[in-house]
Design a protein around this ligand. Structure first.
Ligand SMILES: [Fe+2]
Ligand SMILES: [Fe+2]
Length: 271
């Protein structure tokens, strides 16, 4: 009789630790196969896809439901709830394969919890408002609201890294931009995190994050993010007129916001 280990879980997502554990159990319990039984719920298709990426091994199978009545097998439960991840964080990315990260980012999975884990609560509120504004601007300008939302939700992912941490990344990838005030560095480091850690392949999203502080890029997604960041309704001034303008026409909105920013920075003696 075949000995089967049953591994129940949400696998939200499965990680390399899930596989390591299953392989150990296979040996220790002298099992012939391990069946991963994926719990019902949100994002089932995506959770299965990510689980399959770490279980492509001939003794592993993935099921959503099955019958314990099958007499050809002897079943043993090997479920380990401690391996379940709740709210994937930026620091958890090392537990995912590159392929899993790419899939996750391309399907907009876990980006909220990752971004939230990287910033304090107050900034998280700002980030969420910016993401919502980006998507509203995209709808008004007949662009892709999901793409715009993703750039918004990830734009400040490096904002709370300290100067030393930022500099370490700048030294490797953007030494030519180190002359800017270090408060600007998080736009470049954020772009590096998107590309290297989140395996984002969408050049426009990366570019939008990379230019969101200075606003020095004219791609519509870059302009939308720059404006949304500056016009966040949570800031102290009334930005409703500029928000309406960006929704109608992002090029005109961008020109207005950029002009206002220049005037403000001049007044403050920054430029
Ligand atoms: Fe920022
Ligand atoms: Fe921001």
């Amino acid at each position: 009789m075949k000995r089967i280990g049953l591994f129940y879980g949400d696998f939200d997502p499965a990680t390399v630790k899930t596989t390591e554990y299953a392989k150990t159990q296979l040996k220790e319990k002298k099992l012939d196969e391990i069946w991963f039984i994926v719990g019902d719920g949100d994002n089932l298709r995506e959770r299965i896809a990510m689980l399959k990426m770490v279980t492509c091994f001939r003794k592993f199978r993935v099921y959503t439901r099955f019958s314990l009545k099958d007499t050809r097998y002897e079943f043993t439960d090997i479920t380990d709830p401690s391996l379940e991840i709740r709210n994937l964080q930026l620091s958890d990315l090392k537990l995912l394969t590159g392929r899993q990260r790419r899939y996750m980012t391309e399907n907009g999975m876990y980006l909220e919890s990752i971004s939230k884990s990287a910033v304090k609560e107050k900034r998280w509120d700002h980030v969420r408002r910016v993401a919502r504004l980006c998507s509203a601007f995209a709808i008004g300008n007949k662009l892709d609201p999901e793409k715009a939302y993703i750039s918004g939700i990830l734009h400040d992912i490096a904002k709370e890294m300290n100067e030393e941490e930022l500099k370490a990344v700048m030294d490797v990838y953007y030494p030519q931009h180190e002359h800017y005030n270090y408060h600007v560095w998080h736009q470049y480091v954020g772009a590096v995190i998107l590309e290297k850690d989140l395996k984002c392949r969408d050049k426009r999203t990366i570019k939008a994050v990379k230019h969101h502080c200075l606003g020095d890029d004219k791609d519509p997604y870059s302009m939308m993010l720059y404006c949304a960041d500056k016009l966040d309704p949570g800031r102290e001034y009334d930005s409703s007129r500029e928000i309406a303008l960006c929704q109608q026409n992002i090029v005109e909105g961008y020109q207005t916001v950029m002009k206002q920013q220049q005037e403000y920075l001049r007044k403050e003696g920054v430029i």
